[in-house]
Ligand binder design. Structure first.
Ligand code: FES
Length: 198
């Protein structure tokens, strides 16, 4: 056996060995990369739109659904509640919903909703993120005689009316957010997605 032949054999062995290690190494790298890149089912579900059945939601009541790990409130308002909204206007920070970040275009109205009687809001205070309480009662002792119903944040006393509009003189800077939503049927709302109203 000549030296050349031996060297050639060693070289082939080294090339083959390196290719195998390289392939194995690539395999070890590729699997974790692929699994960390693919969104998990949970992550996909957390961002997905959520359907809400409002067929049993009574007037004056609120129901809550979860969307993107946030509470979304749905309130069925009475004619009187809708008429009372206007009485709050002078005491609100943004009565006409001029801050366009806080609601889709179709909710830029006094009711802040697609259908006047149905309010859909993200139930998170725009100050530091506490969840306000639903206070539909009129003129309760703790909120004063001018209170026409709304939401009260117990963390730092921010107040919002029954359209989610923030009052002046409280820490919350903006109205509560209206999430994108539309009516799939009269009694089914898809929250988290825009579309044509049914
Ligand atoms: S978090 Fe609601 S008032 Fe501060």
């Amino acid at each position: 056996m000549s030296t050349d032949t031996v060297d050639e054999g060693k070289r082939r062995f080294l090339v083959t060995s390196t290719s195998v290690v390289g392939a194995v190494g690539a395999g070890f790298v590729a699997v974790p990369f692929l699994s960390s890149w693919m969104p998990s089912e949970r992550a996909k579900n957390a961002g997905a739109p959520v359907e809400a059945d409002i067929s049993r939601l009574e007037e004056g009541r609120m129901m809550t659904v979860e969307w993107q790990s946030k509470p979304v409130w749905i309130v069925r308002r009475s004619e009187k509640t809708l008429a009372d909204l206007e009485k709050n206007n002078d005491n609100l920070r943004d009565p006409a919903s001029d801050n366009l970040d806080q609601q889709p275009e179709y909710a830029k109205n006094m009711q802040r909703s697609r259908k006047p009687e149905i309010l859909v809001l993200v139930g998170i205070c725009t100050h530091l993120g506490c969840s306000p309480t639903f206070r539909p009662d009129i003129a309760p002792a703790d909120l004063g005689e001018n209170w026409m119903g709304g939401f009260f944040c117990p963390c730092h006393s921010s107040k919002f009316d029954l359209a989610g509009r923030v009052f002046q003189g409280v820490p919350a800077p903006t109205n509560l957010a209206v999430p994108p939503h539309y009516y799939v049927t009269d009694n089914t709302i898809l929250i988290g997605q825009d579309g044509e109203a049914a």
